[in-house]
Design a binder for this molecule. Structure first.
Ligand SMILES: [Zn+2]
Length: 330
């Protein structure tokens, strides 16, 4: 396998606080010998576990970047046992553009793993994490939210895994994150995901969906900040007491949790996030966008539960995710 062209501008394995970049050469019209610069902080103090912390895997999701910028700026080496590798803007070109995918190659980083060292910019970033940074890590926290097109109740998530000891460790880390909701997550499209790369390597993963709509809120940022600190205490990397509040446990048993649009139109949500719905309840209506006098198309819950995600923009297109229902566990 070829060497990855990304090089860190700071050491990954020296005690102290180091702020720098992952530097990825990218020759282009406006910069012949230019590079993509991905901000990176490494904080290390002696022996211990390594946490690999990423935000903006999708470029329009903001709680992770906010929490990780604060962690990188305020954490002292003596606060840490082991190592923090902090990358607030995982897909940095997408983050800078305010878009889900990279403006350079349209790459969706979370569908690009394991990546390629000789591929597109996005594939090179994936390959560097796959072969260089992930092998260093014991635990990974990858922050997500809905971006511009979805909104979520705030949850941390863990996946059902074949590796049961790893699944137990991932659930424990999710519980430590202690978001208002904790979800046993069913992925609709897991191939190429960073999550799958982390778990297949036997590393503990915590992922989240903390809000959405293309911004963040005081509430959602506070959930990210607390959850991050809790997970790092749980891992033994930071000292202190975890802050634990009640969490609602949710399951997503199968594809009936998801509703998808089968036409374009004006979107009207009928239930707000966090509300309880019964199977058969009207979740959303889609009105024609080209005329009056025609009844809307209704979208109905296929199981009982609570609304955990919804389409965010005021217009919807065929194939868009209308809503997701989670089932409350006893
Ligand atoms: Zn995301």
């Amino acid at each position: 396998m070829k060497a990855n062209p990304i090089s860190p501008t700071i050491p990954l394995d020296q005690d102290g606080v180091h702020h720098g970049f992952l530097k990825l050469p990218y020759s282009r019209d406006d910069s012949a010998w230019g590079s993509v610069m991905i901000p990176l902080t490494v904080i290390q103090n002696g022996e211990g576990k390594t946490a690999l912390l990423t935000g903006a895997n999708h470029g329009d999701e903001y709680e992770g970047p906010v929490a990780l910028q604060e962690l990188a700026q305020t954490t002292r080496a003596e606060d840490v046992t082991g190592r923090l590798i902090i990358v607030p803007y995982f897909n940095a070109p997408a983050f800078r553009a305010g878009t889900r995918t990279s403006p350079i190659d349209r790459g969706n980083l979370n569908r690009s793993f394991p990546g390629r060292p000789d591929g597109t910019v996005t594939e090179k970033i994936a390959d560097y994490f796959q072969r260089t940074l992930l092998p260093l890590a014991d635990i990974a926290v990858d922050f997500h939210s809905g971006g511009k097109t979805l909104d979520f109740v705030p949850f941390a998530a863990a996946h059902i895994l074949d590796d049961k000891p790893l699944q137990v460790a991932c659930y424990a880390a999710m519980k430590a994150f202690n978001a208002p909701y904790s979800v046993q997550l069913l992925e609709i499209d897991s191939a190429g995901m960073y999550d799958t790369a982390v778990e297949d390597m036997g590393k503990v993963l915590v992922t989240t969906e903390l809000g959405g709509g293309g911004s963040s809120s005081a509430r959602s940022n506070a959930i990210a900040r607390k959850g991050l600190r809790n997970v790092l205490i749980h891992a033994g990397i930071l000292a202190g007491e975890m802050q634990i509040a009640p969490t609602v446990n949710l399951d997503m048993p199968d594809g009936d949790c998801f509703l998808f649009a089968e036409g374009d139109g004006l979107f009207e949500i009928m239930v707000d996030l966090g509300e309880t719905v019964e199977a058969g309840a009207l979740i959303a209506r889609v009105w024609p966008q080209d005329r009056t006098g025609v009844a809307p198309t209704g979208y109905y819950a296929r199981r009982s539960g609570i609304l955990i995600s919804r389409h965010f923009p005021g217009l919807i297109k065929s194939g868009d995710c209308v809503a997701v229902i989670g089932v409350v566990e006893d």
